[in-house]
Design a protein around this ligand. Sequence first.
Ligand code: DX5
Ligand code: ZN
Length: 219
Amino acid sequence: TPSPIIAPSILASDFSRLGEEVRAIEGAADWVHVDVMDNHFVPNLTLGLPVVQSLRKATTIPFDVHLMIADPQRWAPAYAEAGAYNVTFHAEACDDPVALAKSLRAAGAKAGLAIDRDTPVEPYLELLPYLDTVLIMTIKAGFGGQKFMPEMLDKVRDVRRRVTVGDLDVRIEVDGGIAADTIEQAAEAGADAFVAGTAVYGAADPAEAVRKLRALAAG
Ligand code: DX5
Ligand code: ZN
């Protein structure tokens, strides 16, 4: 397993100080995780393209954009063009994931596919060669601060097995309830990218929280 990626989620940060909140984890984290929600795919609304475009100018850290939106075909490439490093869209919201992954790569981004709590991963394993990231939700998508669901780690194991057998270059990311008491079991299951909202931005020192998570994930 490659060295772990730690991606703090700004969903748990102070949106009135977004630039400073991102810069607070800049030297410590690998990516910053940006949760885009549209109140259709999930019953919550966060931020969109104009915020990502503005924030891109405020920091050098790579953006890991997680699109929880109903029509990723329409919007995802624009996030790549806005300078996102990785753009992840949901399997449940997309009827041609391979085409969308190809257009994200053509626009210069890594392509990610997210699998929500109630979705099995098996049907998507054959798409791995077209993907750079698979995001396994360890909660139901929509809100930060929920309880980690260890039973989702079977999906992580399934993806890790296929990545290993195929010798594929795919990051396996987990999102939801990742904290000091859950990150080790996710790493053991085969995850190598870790989103953490509350565990980072709820801490007194976010950069220190990132370093602690990284040490635990690295084992
Ligand atoms: C929720 C988002 C997560 C969220 C995680 O749907 O995808 O990225 O910010 O928050 P925590 O780490 O608090 O569970
Ligand atoms: Zn997310």
